[in-house]
Design a protein around this ligand. Structure first.
Ligand SMILES: Nc1ncnc2c1ncn2[C@@H]1O[C@H](COP(=O)(O)OP(=O)(O)OP(=O)(O)O)[C@@H](O)[C@H]1O
Ligand SMILES: [Mg+2]
Length: 322
């Protein structure tokens, strides 16, 4: 029996989110926000946190600065039960990163100081630790510039050790969608893009085309569709699942929370419809409080949400592509 259900090698930083900003933000003026939240950020850490919150045994490897931001981030993970014993704290000038999100009514600005994110390399990782697990998840492929050229090697070794692997690239800030991504698909069991990312990767504007192409390369492709829910394609089988209706505070970390909900059920051996419904439930829960983990951390809020919405079921539509 492996020690962990899921191990994650990835980035760890904080999000500072400001709400209630003026619609126009002229330079050189003192602009006031109505509310602020400092919370755990970064895709890998949000997936780890929310998986642990759902009951998975999670091991997390990362490289952060030996500073107060890093300390806050680590405490958040530790308190929820993520094993952080292999997170490396590196002295100054390495610094833990920070994302500042200016959340306005119709749009937001996202400003990231990556800090140590790009510094993580394969040499920081303990493959024996990561391999003592049923599953490996990797997020933020394009932000992890140091690790990126070695992800193929990481996947190959862990696949040989018997783990299943999931990948969520998230956005590519350079908008190039290269970096050997296609070569990784041979090792990936579950690919978790959003609709835009799926289209960018296949270089098409047609989501159906993107999904069928990706499904030729990867056993299970799961596409997140924001307020429209999600769909999955396994070979010729298609399952779609509607979003849970909620009043959203912000969409920060909804995709990562979806990954956590989906993977938790996937590793329980649930059918695809149940995995998708669990992903949508977790994604929706995330939107009901600031950032990607606050709604999960608040156990009263979380339990009430699951009581009210937990009965939502997925619709199973076997669709055969021509
Ligand atoms: N407004 C909403 N109402 C209900 N559910 C939502 C809403 N927005 C997102 N979700 C849920 O969260 C999931 C993931 O959201 P989304 O499609 O925005 O992912 P993403 O673009 O990968 O997000 P991220 O910015 O976190 O990477 C959706 O599939 C859906 O289940
Ligand atoms: Mg995403």
């Amino acid at each position: 029996m492996p020690r962990f259900d899921v191990t994650i090698a990835g980035e760890l930083n904080l999000d500072l989110i400001l709400y209630g900003l003026p619609a126009e933000m002229p330079a050189e003026r003192e602009l006031l926000a109505e509310q602020m939240v400092l919370t755990l950020g970064s895709s890998s850490a949000i997936v780890a946190h929310n998986l642990a919150c759902l009951g998975s045994r999670v091991g997390f490897q990362s490289r952060i600065g030996d500073d107060q931001l890093g300390q806050i981030a680590l405490e958040r993970l530790e308190r929820i039960g993520v094993d952080i014993s292999r997170v490396r704290r590196i002295p100054f000038p390495t610094q833990t990163g920070m994302t500042v999100i200016l959340q306005r009514h119709r749009e937001r600005n996202i400003l990231t100081y990556p800090g140590s994110i790009a510094e993580l390399t394969l040499a920081d990782l303990d493959l024996e630790y990561l391999g003592d697990s049923r599953h490996l998840h990797l997020s933020s492929f394009y932000l992890q510039k140091g690790l990126r050229p070695e992800v193929g090697k990481l996947f190959r070794e862990l696949k040989a050790a018997g783990l299943t692997i999931s990948l969520d690239t998230n956005d590519d800030p350079d908008d190039l969608w290269q970096g050997g991504l296609q070569d990784l698909f041979a090792y990936v069991d579950v690919f978790l893009p959003n609709a835009r990312e799926a289209c960018k990767i296949v270089q098409t504007h047609d989501l159906e085309r993107a999904v069928s192409r990706l499904a030729e390369l990867i056993p299970l492709v799961v596409v997140k569709l924001g307020p429209d829910g999600a769909m999955a394609q396994r070979g010729k089988q298609r399952v779609v699942s509607p979003a849970v209706r909620v009043t959203a505070v912000d969409p920060v970390g909804a995709g990562d929370s979806f990954d956590a909900g989906f993977l938790h059920q996937f590793l329980e051996g649930a059918d695809l419809a149940t995995c998708l419904a669990a992903g949508n439930l977790a994604g929706a829960l995330s939107t009901t409080a600031p950032g990607g983990t606050e709604a999960f951390r608040d156990s009263t809020h979380r339990e009430r949400f699951f009581r009210e919405h937990g009965a939502v079921r997925a619709r199973t539509d076997p669709v055969f592509n021509p």
